[in-house]
Ligand binder design. Sequence first.
Ligand code: FES
Ligand SMILES: [Fe+2]
Length: 376
Amino acid sequence: MDHATQVRLIRIALDAIERGEPPLEEHFTRNRPDAYTSPERAVREREILFKAHPIVAGFSSQIPNAGDFLTEDLTPVPIVIVRAESGGLRAFANICRHRGSRLVQGCGSGARRFVCPYHAWTYDLDGRLVAIADEVGFDGLDHSTKGLIALPVAERHGLIFVHPTPDAPLDAAQILTGLDADIASYRIGRFVHAESRAITRRMNWKLASDTFWEAYHIRVLHAANVAPLFVRNLALFDPLGRNHRLIGVRKSIEQLRTISEDKWDILPHATILMNIFPNTVLVMQTDHAEVYRIFPSHDHPYQCTTVVSVLAPEPSPKWTKTLELLLGVIEQDFAIGEGIQRNFESGAIREVVYGRYEGALEHFHRSIREALAEHR
Ligand code: FES
Ligand SMILES: [Fe+2]
């Protein structure tokens, strides 16, 4: 983050602590539970946000060498991403062009070809169909028309972006509107992928995201773990196009009062959360980064899977402990989320309200509504 922005935010934080009141939006706002319970809404979100919109599909450090590959099954279009001989990435729909079998499972390294497990149609790493077993049965079929369906792919700051729609424009810098320079400054492009875990819960994917977008609940829900570190109900929110940034402020920020502004550095005194619209939460901590990629389930509108990943400056067994600690906190949030989902489905309440310090939630939901309305 550039120094001027850090100074601006630190001043807001120190003022807020002095006043004993967080920065406030003009008004509180409302949202409707059917945003989480309507099956039609769920279908539209999958089609528009997860199929017609680029997503973060993995990390460059997971597939550093030619022939390394990973798959992503949580997206509506199953994806395989492979590092080509040239060093660049290729992404494809993970679908064999013979009769549609899943082509590749899991992840791996050293691949030179992808061989379909069903009848052994074989593709090279550029997606070209290079061999058909017992080809006589397909006499006259032009191989060049049956290559894998290529998907736009890009890497930036160690994040892999894929657009699930062939030939759609993909501009990673634009996807990172308002966040690009910040993320560059944290140098996560040099980090390695330490470990990931997937958590499936019976709640709409937006409830998994919502839990990141206010600091109001920390003092209460997380009283037994992280609450003592943070200033009560203080979060610094900036909308950045459809993305946004929310900074949780640690009590240690008060140390900066005695240090001259030119030496101010916010990261040791903050947790910096960034939403890469729609479903990726990137969290910068002092010594590592966390990425939460949240996907609605394929067959259940009220279920989601969150892939939690730790990225770190160097590999170390200690990151497993880090991951487990943060999963402990997240479990508290997700348990509440599952309860909210059931309560919304009861139909007993018609609205929820977002307080004047919960503006990031309003921005998140408005951004989704806008993206959906664009596709009407
Ligand atoms: S479906 Fe892949 S070879 Fe038949
Ligand atoms: Fe939380």
